[in-house]
Design a protein. Structure first.
Length: 341
């Protein structure tokens, strides 16, 4: 534990004035700035690197429980998925030199996205208390990315953060929130009467509207002073506006976003039915789709755009942003300037 924390201090992943005793309480289960350094220092196989990273995160985040920092963590039942390596994390009490270790649940280690998140097989749902990091809401994991921190319901994961600079010089960092266990899309059949194309028995039509996942964008700017565009918001004719595919851009409205003042706008897009298998690819009009977008000044330096807030569950869909209680209420600055855009 002490050796790991000293390495993190040297790597500037913890502030210089951080004492070693409470350091584990300051770190979440995802160490975005430190995982690349740990990986590069250990030229092992991807499986061995993933296990080492999982054990380091488990040790610093005290996934076995508060105060349990001297036991041994182990990786069992490894298997590789399209998203990374999955392990059954185990913990052996320091007083036990042998015996049956305690299983803490399954974790997904994504070396590319630099994240460690709870994982559940498709056949079962992750328990709300299984391997939950200290401080996170029930059924959620603490995540830090792009200079912000938040609790993420265990049915989600985030994509690898992408940094960029806009044409106006705004430094930005963005990521998507996607299902941890994606379900296959329900493809449709379109016969000739419905405007489809041969071969008609092939059910491969999928509706596309441009925005499939919740998207988070963090920008280093002051909204009230700079008025620089932050997709999908543009400041035009004295107001922040969102695009409308069928009419001029509409002005946003002031709303309360879990205790913060924010701007809300509805993005209206043209939706299309598209063929996914048959060639040549064809498409046809499918009406209009919409997405909710929020713009807020999180800190005096950082603004956040949130499109389609991630809901706690599908049952909260009718509640709108109110159903994004876990993620939206916990959204905050991570307090690490080195991670900010």
């Amino acid at each position: 534990m002490t050796a790991i924390l000293r390495f993190l201090l040297r790597a500037k992943c913890l502030p210089r004035n951080t004492s070693l005793a409470p350091a584990a309480r300051l770190m979440g289960a995802t160490l975005l700035c430190c995982l690349p350094l740990l990986a590069s220092a250990n030229p092992q196989s991807p499986q061995a690197q993933a296990c080492a990273l999982l054990k380091a995160v488990a040790q610093t985040a005290q996934l076995a429980g508060e105060g349990l920092a001297t036991g041994r963590y182990g990786c069992q039942s490894p298997h590789e998925t399209a998203d990374g390596w999955v392990f059954a994390l185990q913990y052996l009490e320091p007083s036990k030199s042998s015996g049956e270790p305690r299983r803490l649940g399954h974790f997904l280690v994504d070396l590319d996205a630099e994240t460690v998140t709870p994982w559940a097989p498709p056949s079962r749902t992750l328990s709300s208390t299984e391997a939950r990091p200290s401080g996170a809401a029930e059924g959620a994991v603490s995540v830090r990315a792009c200079g912000v921190a938040f609790d993420l319901p265990s049915q989600y994961r985030i994509t690898r953060p992408v940094r960029s600079v806009s044409r106006q010089g705004v430094r930005m960092c963005a990521f998507d929130v996607v299902p941890a266990q994606p379900t296959p899309k329900q493809l449709e059949c379109k016969d000739e009467a419905e405007g489809g194309s041969p071969p008609y028995p092939l059910c491969d039509w999928d509706i596309s509207a441009g925005l499939d996942w919740p998207t988070v964008q963090v920008a280093r700017t002051r909204l009230d002073a700079d008025h620089l565009p932050l997709d999908p918001f543009n400041f035009e004719r004295g107001a922040w506006r969102t695009p409308n595919a069928h009419a001029p851009a509409q002005p946003s409205t002031k709303v309360s976003f879990f205790g913060r003042q924010a701007r809300y706008g509805e993005v209206l897009m043209r939706a299309s039915w598209r063929r996914t298998k048959a060639q040549p690819a064809v498409s046809m009009h499918a009406g209009t789709s919409s997405a909710d977008a929020y713009l807020l000044q999180l800190t005096p330096q950082l603004a956040v755009v949130l499109v389609s807030p991630p809901l706690d569950s599908a049952a909260h869909k009718s509640e709108g942003v109110g159903g994004c209680h876990t993620f939206c209420r916990s959204l905050r600055a991570a307090g690490r300037p080195s991670e900010e855009p």
